[in-house]
Ligand binder design. Sequence first.
Ligand code: ZN
Length: 98
Amino acid sequence: MRFIEVKLIKDISNDIPPKGYLSWLDYWEKKKGIKAKECEFLLCVGEPVIGAKIVKVNRSNREYILPICSHCNLQSEDKIFEAWECDLVPVIMMKETD
Ligand SMILES: [Zn+2]
């Protein structure tokens, strides 16, 4: 396992999770098949309260979800965090079927 640099993205215009998920945190937990236990930013052990959207620093604009605590969620988009790459869940918007 290795960790990578990530940044928050604060795009509230696209903040509704795909159909069938209560929240982005719910989305992460269902995709991973586990409950988020602590903030997934490295060295933080806060309670995960939100599935935050993040991007990898200096990579594509691909968005991922990561459970983080309310404190980390207040940090700026410029701040660089570290996270385990295997904890990232890609955002895949499903097509509306009905
Ligand atoms: Zn945190």
